[in-house]
Design a binder for this molecule. Structure first.
Ligand SMILES: Cc1cc2nc3c(=O)[nH]c(=O)nc-3n(C[C@H](O)[C@H](O)[C@H](O)COP(=O)(O)OP(=O)(O)OC[C@H]3O[C@@H](n4cnc5c(N)ncnc54)[C@H](O)[C@@H]3O)c2cc1C
Length: 389
């Protein structure tokens, strides 16, 4: 059920269709997908294909390129419903399909761009964003990957190893950050490139994560990979500016999976509390438990309100200011607590894999870590406050 009170009938209907596909195609096989690859999990490409056929993959690609051009708020409403079924799949689907704006910012011929866009819309192409390296996570400027220009051939030669790449194992193309001028600062010396996998990009083994098992993560290795000049994304030296602008929005809309997890945790906990009996009454009738459930919903309601306010601001083209990092920290920490509480409400059963809440707890944690850790996001807010007063 769509919870966002300002959702239109059309938005509700779209979200319900997306959720129904997830319930039918994914939910019955969730256990199989979680345990695939010796427990490392799998991103099921057949389910992605079904979502693409229904128009939910790359749903924001503009109409002039053949997409539906859905706005950020509609996307959030749809993805919140999908995340209630599985946040890992929803997150990976979005990560795999959100890189099309970088493709459009290259100087590749329009026919080549359209070919990629058509493949994306059909669910036949996925991408991945490669910035992080083993020694460069929060400190993104510490990356070592380089791109050296071959003047004669009009190509860039990329060398370096990226880690923790979402959708790395499946991706058909990569957006990769590399130093193009080490004499400059990171803000002016790092550049993004569009790199097709079949240029020889190697992919490491699937990481064995705590949760979010339907999202696959791996190293991605660029060893003497050559791309033509027209594969540069935007201007030379603009990677940091593009990345930071993107992050501002991602810290809002990218937390919708976390809101979905939180509401799923509340729903499961309430369902259980209404049937489990102790001391002659339903556990929901014990005040301590009842208040815990209320706190879970309070946090989830507040998270949703904050996130959709941010999404509306993005849609309206307003500057997010502190709202971006505030949303990131508040939503993710609220959801972490709410999923811990859900496990508590289910008692011993909550700790068992036969019940869904331990998975929600495992899935929730990563949202406090990526897209800038919550410590880094607090630093961002602190800096903005310092500038403001
Ligand atoms: C599942 C998963 C998927 C990911 N997907 C992608 C992806 O698709 N593409 C990509 O490029 N990256 C991706 N990442 C990388 C992710 O963005 C980084 O893990 C994250 O930025 C943190 O970097 P780190 O792991 O190196 O931690 P570190 O930067 O080493 O931080 C370790 C700890 O120190 C704290 N810390 C660091 N600096 C400071 C400071 N100045 N003040 C206070 N505390 C500080 C951090 O908050 C953290 O608690 C992914 C990571 C994971 C786990």
């Amino acid at each position: 059920m769509v919870e966002y009170p300002f959702a239109t009938e059309e938005q509700k209907e779209l979200a319900q269709i997306a959720r129904t596909i997830m319930e039918k195609e994914l939910k019955p096989r969730l256990h199989e997908f979680e345990n695939a690859n010796d427990g490392k999990g799998i991103f099921p490409l057949d389910v992605l294909k079904k979502m693409a056929e229904a128009g939910f993959y790359c749903m924001d690609i503009p109409e002039e390129w053949g997409g539906l051009g859905l706005d950020v708020v509609t996307k959030c409403i749809i993805q919140e419903e999908m995340s209630k079924v599985d946040a890992g799949f929803t997150f990976n689907m979005n990560g795999a399909g959100m890189n099309w704006p970088y493709l459009l910012k290259t100087k590749m011929p329009d026919e080549e761009k359209q070919m990629w866009i058509d493949r994306m819309l059909a669910g036949d192409a996925t991408g991945a964003f490669c910035f992080t390296e083993p020694q460069a996570g929060s400190d993104a400027a510490a990356i070592k990957t380089t791109a050296v220009h071959d003047e004669e051939k009009g190509e860039w030669i990329i060398n370096g190893t990226k880690c923790f790449v979402t959708n790395g194992p499946c991706a058909d193309y990569f957006i990769v950050a590399a130093w193009t001028d080490k004499t400059k600062s990171a803000g002016k010396g790092i550049t993004l490139f569009f790199v097709e996998k079949d240029r020889g990009v190697q992919v490491g083994s699937i990481e064995n994560k705590l949760g979010l098992k339907l999202s696959m993560t791996s190293d991605v290795i660029f060893d003497e990979i050559r791309v033509p000049d027209d594969h540069m994304v935007g201007a030379e030296g603009s990677a940091f500016i593009q990345f930071m602008q993107e992050l501002d929005a991602v810290r809002v809309e990218g937390m919708i999976y976390s809101v979905g997890i939180a509401q799923a945790a509340v729903d499961e906990a309430v369902k259980y509390a209404k049937v489990r009996q102790t001391f002659g009454k339903r556990i929901i009738d014990h005040e301590a438990l009842n208040f815990k459930l209320a706190d879970m919903q309070i946090r989830t309601d507040a998270s949703r309100a904050l996130l959709y306010q941010g999404a509306q601001m993005i849609k309206a083209g307003l500057s997010l200011g502190t709202i971006s990092s505030s949303t990131k920290c508040f939503v993710t920490e609220s959801t972490m607590q709410t999923t811990l509480d859900a496990v508590q409400v289910l008692g011993g059963y909550g700790y068992m894999k036969d019940y869904p809440v331990e998975k929600l707890m495992r899935d929730a944690k990563i949202f406090c870590i990526f897209d800038g850790t919550n410590e880094i996001n607090r630093m961002v807010i602190g800096r903005l406050l310092d500038k403001k007063y």
